[in-house]
Design a binder for this molecule. Structure first.
Ligand SMILES: [Zn+2]
Ligand SMILES: [Zn+2]
Length: 231
């Protein structure tokens, strides 16, 4: 497992299982926010990484979505720090808890113990409330309640599985049932213009906005209209 500094407040912890699997640690005023929880085997590495960055204790876990490779270390972490709250989008929780099958899957599977995750808070206008220094945005498609987390001060987007990445290039996310919706959700990059993007399965992507035209062209066939209407 490799711990790498991403920006002033963010670290990437990455392991490899067929493809890279990444979680992020964010130094907040009150301690550390963990974004995604990887595989069960990453629990020890996450605890060590929290100590290593010296930003205080683990305060909360926030999830981009509930797939098994994003929540795996939670049970082991909870044994040591049982009161750490876990947050996900309210639309994602029934799928992660195995109440509903993920779109395209026949069976519902429990990835998260029931009642463990609480919904990300929402403002009166329906937008997601900031959590620590991160602003979440709903970006459905790969999963029904997928969110990305944007660190405004560092201008870094922690994009979960909104994209995959390879050698600094954005790729369409694997295992995505609603491809048209996932393609539509890419617009958050053009809206926020991060200077740096992190994908869970892949390395860092610098200036992702510059890739968005090429990304559209490579994946326009997934658009609801088959890509006939440009960007
Ligand atoms: Zn996923
Ligand atoms: Zn994933």
């Amino acid at each position: 497992m490799k711990l790498t500094s991403v920006s002033d407040h963010i670290w990437r912890l990455q392991t490899w299982l067929v493809f890279p699997i990444t979680v992020w640690l964010v130094a907040d005023e009150d301690g550390v926010t963990l974004v995604d929880a990887g595989l069960p085997t990453m629990a020890r590495g996450i605890r060590k990484a929290v100590d290593a960055i010296g930003a205080g204790p683990l305060q909360r876990i926030v999830l981009t979505h509930g797939h098994s490779d994003h929540v795996g270390a939670i049970p082991r972490l909870m044994k040591e720090v049982p009161n750490v709250p876990v947050f996900a989008h309210r639309l994602e929780i029934p799928y992660a808890e195995g109440e509903l099958p993920y779109p395209g899957r026949k069976k519902a599977v429990t990835f998260l113990a029931k009642g463990l995750a609480q919904p990300l808070a929402e403002e009166a206008d329906g937008r997601l409330a900031r959590i620590g220094q991160l602003q979440p945005y709903l970006t459905p498609g790969h999963a029904p309640g997928h969110v990305v987390y944007y660190h405004e001060q560092d201008r870094v987007m922690l994009a979960g599985d909104l994209f995959n990445a390879k050698r600094g290039q954005l790729r369409f996310p694997l295992f995505t049932f609603d491809k048209a919706q996932a393609l539509q959700s890419r617009r958050i990059v053009q809206e926020l213009t991060p200077v740096h993007l992190e994908a869970c399965h892949g390395g860092p992507v610098a200036r992702p906005t510059e890739q968005m035209d090429a990304y559209w062209q490579a994946n326009a066939r997934f658009a609801a209209d088959g890509g006939r209407v440009s960007i």
